[in-house]
Ligand binder design. Structure first.
Ligand code: SF4
Length: 450
């Protein structure tokens, strides 16, 4: 049945919390709503449909959703037929709908894959807005609506089978599910045809990707590991300049995936979460590798791609973590010499095994002190590594021209800026002579200006 629209264009507003995966899911919701005749609005209060795409990784992210309910109740006083929908990881993990009781302004509460039912649900609540059947049964087949950009994220996998004891993802997003290679490549081709030059492949453990249609890989593809084979295919796309992926799991860093790091369009950066440098803590976290195995992967990565920049994720203050075990994390950090680390203080998440099996016994103050110490080591190494770029050239994809500077990431994913005012630099890859380095930014000048 063709959608039937109400008199004026219905408006939606989406607020997204959390990771790139959530952002890409919001783009799918936007694509779905646009196909129903909705338009996006920046003004939340005037929207007919408000979508809040939630993150459950930290308690603070969930608290913000509870805290915003008052605001939505106020909007509804002015606009009583406004629909407020909460989706993402919070309803994903809240199978018993316990949290929903604390969301009084919320009309729709559904996990991410159920976005396919939105046309039916909106039609039930507001038949004046839309009258349409479901457009797809698989949300991963919905076309994301992206803001025009030269960079794009492509989800290749959702869910996770690893069950790290601190993590809500397998509970919120379910088990790992991989998209067909044919769909992924079609999406990538479409993006490149529309001017995208940098694609980031997304998955919870992106490198554990298993193709359900491996026959799609070209006969010339040299790789047998499905993720390495996918990288090879994407790398081949004419017009694409940069290929990036996140987040990897150390266990799935096979020799072929490591070899694929040398593909010409692969950015000179790898994000490989380690979480802890202590074998005892890694075991408690159910990370399924040891410090030694992680370091061996890093050794092979550095051999395959000398000079590669490295990033990681670390949790400090996990249940039972002693000072000595925290020092193991610091020593691993110094040994690898990461360029960047996303550091978190452990916070227990209900429903995870960590809460059932262990006691959150590292005090808040201790967690904070360890986090501060790790941040200081990170910043010291980061600055030192950035200073090595002074006098060198880096290649930068400009994504912004503002306040007399053009800025973007180098091939090593380091934020770099040059004095410039030409807005047509956005989307271009420029060569930059680095003249100064700070902890989080490289300053330089365009090579052509030299
Ligand atoms: S690998 Fe572990 S931390 Fe990453 S999403 Fe899966 S369960 Fe969570």
């Amino acid at each position: 049945m063709k959608p039937v629209y109400h008199m004026s264009t219905p408006l939606f507003h989406i607020t997204t919390y959390g990771c790139q995966m959530n952002k890409n899911d919001s783009e799918r919701i936007a694509g779905l709503l646009s196909s129903l005749g909705f338009s996006a609005t920046e003004q939340e209060a005037e929207a007919d449909l408000i979508i809040i795409n939630t993150c459950s990784v930290r308690q603070s992210a969930e608290d913000r959703i509870f805290g915003a309910q008052e605001k939505y109740l106020e909007y509804k006083k002015q606009k009583p037929d406004m629909i407020v929908a909460v989706t993402g990881c919070m309803p994903g993990r809240d199978k018993a709908r316990v949290f929903q009781k604390s969301l009084p302004a919320t009309d729709l509460y559904f996990p991410t894959p159920d976005m396919v039912h939105l046309p039916k649900w909106i039609a039930e609540l507001r038949p004046d807005l839309v009258n349409s059947e479901e457009l797809s049964t698989d949300y991963l087949k919905l076309h994301p609506l992206r803001a025009p950009s030269v960079q794009a994220y492509v989800t290749i996998q959702t869910g996770c089978n690893k069950f790290c004891t601190y993590c809500v993802v397998p509970h919120a997003r379910g088990l790992e599910r991989n998209r067909p290679v044919a769909d992924i490549l079609e999406e990538c081709r479409g993006l490149v045809a529309h001017g995208v030059v940098e694609i980031t492949l997304l998955g919870q453990t992106v490198n554990s990707f298993k193709a359900i249609d491996p026959q799609t890989f070209s006969p010339a593809n040299p790789f047998h590991d499905h993720f390495a084979a996918l990288l090879w295919e994407v790398n081949k796309l004419d017009g694409l300049k940069r290929l990036h992926w996140t987040a990897a799991h150390p266990l799935s860093m096979t020799d072929e995936v490591i070899a694929a790091l040398a593909l010409p369009k692969q950015v000179n950066y790898l994000h490989l979460p380690v979480q802890s440098g202590s074998n005892e803590i890694l075991k408690r976290m159910n990370r399924k590798y040891t410090r030694e195995q992680y370091l061996e992967v890093i050794r092979k990565v550095k051999a395959a791609r000398p000079g590669i920049a490295l990033g990681t994720d670390i949790i400090v203050g996990f249940c039972g973590e002693t000072e000595a075990q925290f020092q193991d994390t610091l020593s691993l950090y110094r040994e690898v010499e990461f360029d960047i680390s996303y550091n978190a203080q452990y916070s227990p998440r209900s429903g995870t095994l960590g809460v059932k099996l262990f006691t959150d016994d590292v005090s808040k103050e201790e967690k904070r002190a360890r986090w501060d110490e790790l941040q200081a080591v990170m910043e010291e190494i980061s600055l030192r590594k950035n200073q090595a770029f002074v006098g060198q050239q880096v290649s930068v994809l400009v994504d912004k021209v503002q306040h007399n500077f053009a800025s973007g990431n180098s091939f090593e994913m380091k934020l770099t800026r040059v004095p410039a005012t030409e807005s047509d630099l956005v989307g271009k890859i420029i060569t930059v002579d680095v003249i100064r380095a700070k902890t989080w930014i490289l300053d330089g000048r365009k090579h052509d200006d030299a």
